[in-house]
Design a protein around this ligand. Structure first.
Ligand code: ZN
Length: 150
């Protein structure tokens, strides 16, 4: 089975062709850039907060199918969640993809189709880029996100 067959499942392709929340939020509370120079994935994440809740989240940019599908699924999952819930989902997603913490369990729904990415180290950064940017934004971290920054 090729890498493409394994990772590019139908749902991933569908999200990459028709990404959800692929737009700009003009009055966003948080705007976060994310860049993965190894693949060329480059996205901007926009977040509107209502108190502690992510009332709206969107993204724009360009990149490979995995990075775009992952960002699309991320926005669907995080919208309407509190800061803490968003951080929990981020941790669960990261541990699913990097397999660095088997103890973090969360029902990630459709996002679990991206689990196959964990077998392809060069693709992990594509899948996690928008998630790191989202996490930095909800946590009010300063500076752009790059997968190649220590
Ligand atoms: Zn990529």
């Amino acid at each position: 089975m090729s890498e493409l067959d394994d990772i590019y499942q139908e749902i991933v392709l569908e999200h990459s062709r028709k990404p959800r929340n692929f737009r700009k939020i003009d009055e966003a509370d948080q705007v976060q850039e994310g860049y993965n120079p190894l693949c060329g994935d480059q996205y901007t994440i926009y977040i509107s907060m209502d108190g502690d809740t992510v009332s709206d989240i969107s993204f724009q940019g360009t990149g490979c199918a995995i990075s775009k599908a992952s960002a699309s699924m991320m926005t669907e999952e995080v919208i309407g969640k509190t800061k803490n819930q968003a951080t929990r989902i981020f941790e669960a997603f990261r541990s699913m993809i990097t397999k660095d913490n088997e103890n973090v369990k969360e029902d990630l729904g459709d996002i679990e189709v991206l689990q196959g990415v964990s077998e392809y180290p060069t693709r992990i950064k594509c899948a996690t880029l928008s998630w790191h940017a989202m996490h930095a934004a909800v946590e009010d971290q300063e500076g752009d996100i790059s997968t190649e920054k220590a």
